[in-house]
Design a protein around this ligand. Structure first.
Ligand SMILES: Nc1ncnc2c1ncn2[C@@H]1O[C@H](COP(=O)(O)OP(=O)(O)OP(=O)(O)O)[C@@H](O)[C@H]1O
Length: 560
């Protein structure tokens, strides 16, 4: 929209608040399912702002009789009761999404209200449809309205556009697949939703929703920057932007790109005087064709006579952003639908343990109702994924491989084939963030994750959408510190809490009731750093050169 942009920044994020710095301090943390604050941590209830959640997002006791309720909202909550139109609700029912999940019931009303919405919830809780459903619903209504308006006043210059940013192309393709499954009666998708990635250029016919990684979007914006008018048209056409997997987008290599995009998209909120160059009549025609009411436009356009100070004050008042926070019920807490096995292994025993875990999982998963089993096996490096895949192949277990050294097309094909045909999928953490492969029955950590962040991303690939799931955690002595911390948190039913990595285990045990503090992504296992490696002995696995690991694993002879 033009000056009165009601751009709702939907930040689908896993943003955590600081330890005890008060509810308004938060920053993006790299945690898969961090919720803004710890409702279950009694220590914090007094400090923590009440969550903006719908009535349905109540904590469901995880006893057996109710364990299935940890995903779906209460029976009386329907898509219609959340304000979703019959058109979209009908399309959802057709693909089997008969009723909303808890997180969807909590975030959809907030998004419909136009508030910036931040949703941080456990993996597999339905966050993608949590933003797609209201977004598509609002854009369908908006395009209906602008059709009516343009039928009266001539074709509108630009359509309402929304952006969804994801950290990688595979996730972009996944979001587009989910959106394009929502069909009209005639079988066409409700809206046009397109991926813009390195492989495809900008779509000729501008879609309603562009799903992109930050880089191609910036390249498009820079390309149209040359023509100021087109640039501002495009920018003004963007009504909503979604940051999916925001913990990745707001940190690391994406941070600068995302900041630039936000600044570009927010530009008319900040600098109305810049609009001086645009003629008033053009702007009114623009607003009319896009169905915007004019009084703000005249006020804003005539406001150019006021000095900038007044404008800045007015803009701040007009665009005062309030974010509403929505929380899942099982943030970092043990998912009651997960069954976990913990197996300590050594370099000598891990291959046999892996093969028996795979066979055990396959036998458990196979049932008359689901003749196909899906097992995801995580390792920490490309070399280890290849070594694990070789071990399985050597034991007669075929498997898909997935890591950054495999070309993107082949990776997409492997995900698709695994989704369709089931089997065993050996991967790095590249497949842990947000990848939704329905009915993964078993996750195996062939190498234990390096941090609690990655641990939760990995185990979150199973037990999704209310399903049960099995996890086999294989770990070695070097992982003992992290494993103990995670298992202790799960035993206490507390969120997985990790004190800063420099605290030793004993210090931690001395402060069991310690507040939830920031989880360090680079949590280091203390043990293997502690004792120097004795002279002449082989390097410890954790620090062993890749070739050592690979040969060690490969030289093993295995009886199937
Ligand atoms: N209302 C619903 N009813 C039934 N299934 C649903 C519903 N909403 C989502 N699902 C299914 O739940 C699964 C997980 O959804 P989704 O990938 O959006 O979860 P997520 O919270 O984004 O997970 P992650 O944090 O790993 O990205 C998907 O297979 C999706 O089809």
């Amino acid at each position: 929209m033009l000056l009165r942009r009601s751009m709702a920044n939907l930040m689908f994020s896993r943003i955590c608040r600081l330890s005890d710095a008060g509810p308004n301090c938060f920053w993006p943390l790299r945690h898969p399912s961090l919720v803004v604050c710890a409702l279950s941590c009694s220590k914090w209830s007094s400090k923590i702002r009440a969550f903006g959640t719908a009535a349905t997002a109540t904590v469901v006791e995880a006893d057996d009789s109710k364990v299935k309720d940890t995903f779906f909202a209460a029976e009386n909550v329907t898509w219609a009761s959340l304000g979703v139109s019959n058109l979209v609700a009908g399309a959802l029912s057709k693909i089997g999404l008969q009723r909303p999940s808890l997180v969807q019931a909590a975030c959809i009303p907030s998004i419909f209200s136009g508030a910036d919405t931040i949703v941080a919830a456990e993996t597999g809780s339905g966050k993608t449809h949590g933003y797609l459903v209201p977004l598509i619903d609002m854009l369908c209504k908006a395009s209906e309205n602008s059709k009516e308006i343009s039928s009266k006043r001539g074709p509108g210059k630009h359509r309402h556009l929304s952006l969804v940013l994801c950290p990688n192309v595979i996730l972009c393709e996944q979001v587009v697949r989910m959106a394009n499954c929502l069909l009209k009666e005639n079988g066409e998708p409700l809206l046009s939703v397109a991926v813009v990635s390195g492989r495809q250029g900008w779509p000729v016919l501008e879609p309603h929703i562009v799903v992109s990684t930050p880089d191609p979007l910036l390249r498009h914006l820079d390309a149209i920057d040359a023509e100021k008018e087109r640039h501002s048209n495009f920018i003004r056409g963007v009504e909503y932007i979604v940051f999916d997997e925001a913990d990745l987008l707001f940190c690391g290599s994406f941070q600068n790109q995302v900041t630039r995009i936000i600044n570009m998209l927010g530009f008319d909120e900040k600098q109305p005087p810049r609009m001086k160059g645009l003629k008033l009549e053009n702007r009114i025609a623009d607003m009319e064709s896009s169905g915007e009411d004019n009084e703000d436009m005249e006020t804003d356009a005539f406001s150019e006579n006021k000095d900038n100070k007044n404008d800045a004050r007015r803009v701040k008042k007009t665009y005062n952003r309030k974010a509403s926070w929505v929380a899942g019920n099982y943030f970092h807490r043990p998912n009651p639908r997960l069954e976990q096995n913990w197996i300590e292994v050594t370099v000598d025993s891990q291959a046999d343990a892996l093969i028996s875990a795979v066979n055990y999982g396959i036998n458990c998963a196979l049932a008359p109702s689901s003749p196909v089993s899906r097992t995801m096996i995580f390792s920490n490096t490309v070399v280890a994924v290849e070594a694990v895949a070789d071990i399985l192949t050597g034991a007669g277990i075929e498997c898909f491989r997935y890591h950054s050294d495999i070309p993107l097309d082949e990776r997409s094909k492997n995900v698709f084939d695994f989704q369709q045909n089931g089997g065993v999928f050996v991967c790095t953490d590249a497949a842990a963030h947000g990848l939704d492969i329905p009915n993964v029955s078993h996750v195996i950590q062939a190498e234990f994750s390096k941090s609690a962040v990655d641990f939760l991303h990995r185990v979150g690939r199973t037990a999704r959408a209310g399903q049960p799931g099995l996890v086999t955690n294989m770990y070695k002595e070097v992982n003992l510190d992290l494993v103990t911390a995670i298992r202790q948190a799960e035993r206490l039913g507390e969120p997985v809490v990790i004190l800063p990595w420099h605290c030793s285990l004993t210090e931690r045990q001395a402060q069991p009731e310690e507040n939830v503090v920031i989880r360090k992504r680079n949590f280091r296992n203390i043990i293997h750093n502690k004792s120097p490696v004795p002279k002449g002995s082989p390097p410890r696995e954790a620090t062993a050169p890749k070739s050592y690991l690979k040969n060690k694993l490969k030289n093993k002879r295995y009886q199937t």
